[in-house]
Design a protein around this ligand. Structure first.
Ligand SMILES: C[S@@+](CC[C@H](N)C(=O)[O-])C[C@H]1O[C@@H](n2cnc3c(N)ncnc32)[C@H](O)[C@@H]1O
Length: 276
């Protein structure tokens, strides 16, 4: 292919790369590791990127990556689906507010909470809004992480939420938002400042530990079964005994139980007391 050095030219480039060859080549050339993701979803997005960019399939993307470092961002973004909203699946957030959080707050004055795969912020900010309502003025540690720096910047700024993002925000909680550039809404500083945002790859970076609650929703569904199991074991270790994992609707019960979690109410799994 034009633009490839003979050294970099591999069978994958010459013959049109298969997905597996592409994943291996991407890791070797650019250190981007797609092995933990389900291939069906990711392959569709990556091939779509190649098509939109007028490139010759997966091989074309590899060639571009050699010439144009900004292609790296575009490729990494394929693994990141940013969809979110405040109080996503409201019924489960009600369970959180009426059952799980009061139980945790009775146990400990200041909670350690981690929103893993937080996208542009609605999830961790929903947690702050609930905590502010349930036990105002307590200083909890709320960590929110994502693999995508651009999403984290948006999350930190917290000034571009749409009406769609706020659909499930109860009228009483709307007071914490102020209009920013129309049609966007911003979160007031006292809510925004409660969350610490940090880049973290759940498939690669070691997690912090001692959490009372970990929220990891609509993230694992993009991972391969092996990567998902590894992640669940890490999350189990990162929880305090008696702590909870709050997952998305699509998570399989068996995977969670295999990793050591006990099922609680719908959407919530527990690390039993007495387990380290
Ligand atoms: C569909 S969003 C879910 C957002 C939020 N948890 C929710 O349920 O509304 C998935 C998020 O996972 C992030 N993500 C994907 N792979 C990741 C990884 N390996 N480590 C950390 N975050 C990842 C994406 O960047 C994206 O922001």
């Amino acid at each position: 292919l034009p633009g490839l050095t003979s050294q970099a030219a591999t069978a994958a480039d010459r013959e049109g790369a298969t997905w597996d060859e592409f994943v291996g080549e991407l890791r070797r050339r650019a250190g981007i590791d797609f092995r933990g993701y389900k291939s069906s979803h990711l392959e569709r997005r990556v091939r779509g990127l190649a098509l939109r960019s007028g490139l010759d399939g997966l091989s074309g993307l590899l060639t571009l990556l050699d010439r144009d470092p900004s292609a790296r961002r575009e490729l990494e973004r394929c693994a990141s689906v940013a969809v979110s909203e405040f109080f996503r699946t409201p019924r489960q957030f009600e369970t959180l507010a009426s059952g799980i959080l009061p139980r945790l707050l009775a146990r400990r004055r200041q909670l350690r909470i981690w929103s893993a795969g937080c996208s542009y912020g609605p999830e961790p900010y929903s947690l702050v809004l609930l905590l502010e309502e349930l036990a105002p003025g307590r200083a909890h540690f709320i960590l929110a992480t994502d693999i995508d720096e651009a999403l984290l910047s948006r999350a930190r700024a917290a000034d571009s939420f749409t009406e769609r993002d706020l659909l499930h925000v109860r009228p009483r909680l709307r007071q914490h938002f102020i209009p920013s550039r129309p049609p966007f809404h911003a979160l007031r500083l006292e809510i925004r400042s409660r969350v610490m945002f940090r880049r973290h790859d759940v498939l690669d970076d070691p997690p912090e530990d001692d959490f009372d609650l970990i929220v990891c929703r609509n993230v694992m569904m993009y991972f391969s079964p092996a990567a998902k199991q590894r992640l669940l074991q890490n999350l189990h270790r990162a929880l305090r005994p008696g702590g909870y994992l709050f997952v998305g609707d699509a998570e399989a019960v068996n995977d969670l139980q295999e990793a050591g979690f006990s099922r609680d109410v719908v959407g919530f799994y527990r690390k039993e007391l007495g387990v380290s």
